[in-house]
Design a protein around this ligand. Structure first.
Ligand code: SAM
Length: 190
C-alpha cells in the first residue's frame, strides 16, 4: 500500500478517506475507472472476499484498467455510468467513486458530462447502503469540468441534511480539483 501524504493532492486525500471507510469484504464501485489507478487501490482495500465493480465508457480505458488491475474480484463493464449493471443491486455497496473529467493522456472528447453524471450520482445514492459514501472529484480547470462542477454543487447543496452529510474540499488555486464526500444517512422517504 502506498505511503499517504494527504496534504499533497486531492487524490491522496480521497484515498485516505476511502481507506478509513472500506473494510476487507466490502463491495465498491469505480464509476470512471480510466487508467485503473483508483481501481487498483480499491481492489486492495476490499480484498478477495469483497469486490470492485468498475465502469468506463471507453474500451481503451477498460483495457488499460484490466492490465493494471488483474485481481479476479474486480468486475469490468464497458458502459456509461448513467445506468449500472444489475450486480450493483445484488450487492450492498459501501462506496461509489467518481473521478470525473477525461482520461489522462487520452481523447478529451470523452469527458464526463454534467447531465449524465448527475443522473448517475442520483442512482448511486439510491442503491448505496446507509452510512456508505459517494466520492466525487471534479476538475473545473476545463470548460465542461467547470460546468459539471457548478451543476453538481447546486444539486448536492439541495440535498436534505437528514438524508446526507456532505464534506467539500477545494484547493486555493483557481481551477484546482474539488472533492465532494457525500455520506448517506438515511433512505429517502416518499
Ligand atoms: N479513476 C481513473 C484512474 O484512476 O485512472 C481516472 C478517471 S478519468 C479522470 C475519467 C474517466 O471517465 C475517463 O476514462 C472517461 O473515459 C470516463 N468517462 C467519461 N464519461 C463516462 C461515462 N458517462 N460513464 C463512465 N465513464 C465515463
Amino acid at each position: 500500500m502506498e505511503k499517504l501524504q494527504f496534504w499533497c493532492s486531492h487524490l491522496s486525500l480521497a484515498h485516505l478517506i476511502w481507506k478509513g471507510l472500506v473494510q476487507p469484504g466490502d463491495w465498491v464501485v469505480d464509476a470512471t475507472c480510466g487508467n485503473g489507478k483508483d481501481c487498483f487501490y480499491l481492489a486492495h482495500l476490499v480484498g478477495p472476499s469483497g469486490g470492485v465493480i468498475a465502469l468506463d465508457i471507453q474500451p481503451k480505458a477498460i483495457r488499460k484498467s484490466q492490465e493494471v488491475c488483474q485481481e479476479p474480484w474486480v468486475h469490468f463493464f464497458c458502459q456509461s455510468h448513467e445506468a449500472f449493471p444489475s450486480l450493483v443491486e445484488e450487492r450492498c455497496v459501501k462506496l461509489v467513486v467518481y473521478n470525473l473529467g477525461y482520461l489522462p493522456g487520452g481523447d478529451h472528447a470523452f469527458t464526463t458530462m454534467a447531465e449524465t453524471t448527475i443522473k448517475s450520482v442520483k442512482r448511486a445514492l439510491h442503491f448505496l447502503q446507509v452510512n456508505g459514501v459517494i466520492s466525487i472529484t471534479c476538475y473545473p480547470g476545463h470548460c465542461e469540468g467547470e460546468r459539471e462542477l457548478s451543476v453538481l454543487r447546486l444539486w448536492i447543496h439541495s440535498l436534505s441534511p437528514e438524508e446526507v452529510s456532505v464534506a467539500h474540499t477545494k484547493w486555493s488555486r483557481t481551477g484546482s480539483p474539488e472533492l465532494f464526500i457525500i455520506q448517506k444517512k438515511s433512505t429517502k422517504r416518499g
